[in-house]
Design a protein around this ligand. Structure first.
Ligand SMILES: Nc1ncnc2c1ncn2[C@@H]1O[C@H](COP(=O)(O)OP(=O)(O)OP(=O)(O)O)[C@@H](O)[C@H]1O
Ligand SMILES: [Mg+2]
Length: 312
């Protein structure tokens, strides 16, 4: 495998006053991936991003971005990074164009009106380029933050809750922008409280809780591994108990005797032996008639909630 673009090695952060916000975090971010960092409020997501970006100094450990140490080679590392912060702060009287152009200069890049234009157009801000920031809507201000983060052509983009408080249409638009950046080879790390956003966008998922990375996994593998399905069967005639012939299946009979629930995982679905077809044929053989049925799949959200509760 290619060298990871970010290597986080034993990073801890204890804030002044003694609060331990990060505990020995080890994490590698792959070149060109979209990595979603999930965790409840106060878990340490923004702290971790701030440490990687060199805005907060770690209490222990070290971080390399494309081989550059974020402390001893701060400028080289920082130049490769674009950061869209969680909090909106802006120079209210500046225009969109000036704000974004200035931001590029901060990273020592020569002016490039062509690049700034490309970024503003991609974010549907071109028509607003001469507007002062205070005249923009909340969603537009958020897009200006993204434009600023892209002004110096970073190779890694951090988006700290990019779509908080953003309407559904704009959220979809932002997902489009992020996908296009990835196609250009930009590595993306995003935090979000909208689990469906991670489900939609991410290649890999990391979960952080109480300052510890408790899980890192490919998204599809995670859903395959932990995701379960449930089949609910409405029976024609109530049963007093689950018949012995159906013992090989993990079935529960509701109190009314007329509802059977079958919980199975992705592996069982593929094996066949304990799959739905096998169950239905076993029901038929046992003379049990089914009136109606439906299935439900656990989402990334169910998995996430279970994981956080387990460790609360
Ligand atoms: N400057 C600071 N001084 C002391 N404690 C801090 C400081 N910044 C953050 N913390 C604490 O560190 C913990 C992690 O905060 P952080 O902002 O990293 O969480 P988060 O995962 O980004 O949460 P959210 O989802 O609410 O944005 C919190 O308990 C917070 O109160
Ligand atoms: Mg945060």
């Amino acid at each position: 495998m290619q060298d990871p673009i970010i290597r986080i090695n034993g990073v801890g952060k204890t804030y002044e006053g003694g609060f331990e916000a990060l505990r020995r975090v080890d994490l590698e971010i792959r070149r060109g991936e979209i990595f979603a960092l999930l965790g409840p409020n106060g878990a340490g997501k923004t702290t971790l991003i701030s440490v990687i970006c060199g805005l907060v100094s770690p209490s222990s450990g070290d971080i390399r971005v494309a081989g550059h140490d974020t402390i001893t080679q701060y400028r080289a590392a920082r130049k490769l990074i674009g950061l869209v912060p969680q909090e909106l702060t802006s120079e209210a009287f500046e225009t969109v164009w000036n704000t974004v152009s200035f931001s590029r200069g901060l990273f020592g890049r020569p002016p490039s009106p062509a690049h700034i234009e490309k970024v503003l157009r991609a974010l549907s801000l071109w028509d607003k380029r001469n507007n002062r920031l205070m005249t923009l809507s909340g969603g537009m201000k958020r897009r200006v933050l993204i434009a600023k983060a892209l002004s110096h052509e970073p190779r890694v983009l951090f988006l700290d809750e990019p779509t908080a408080g953003v309407d559904v249409a704009l959220r979809r638009e932002m997902w489009g922008v992020v996908r296009r950046l990835r196609e250009d080879g930009v590595t993306i790390i995003l935090t979000t409280h909208y689990i469906e956003e991670a489900e939609e966008m991410a290649d890999r998922i990391g979960v952080i809780n109480h300052g510890e990375v408790v899980l890192v996994e490919e998204k599809t593998a995670l859903i395959q591994k932990l995701g379960r399905k449930q089949l609910t069967l409405q029976l024609h005639t109530p049963l007093s108990r689950v018949p012995d012939a159906l013992a090989p299946f993990d079935l529960t009979l509701a109190d009314d005797g007329a509802t059977l629930k079958y919980t199975y995982d992705a592996a069982a679905r593929e094996e066949g032996e304990h799959g739905i077809a096998a169950l239905l044929s076993a029901l038929k053989t046992a003379g049990i008639r089914v009136k109606d049925l439906n299935t439900r799949q656990s989402s990334l959200e169910d998995i996430f909630v279970d994981l956080i509760e387990e460790r609360a």
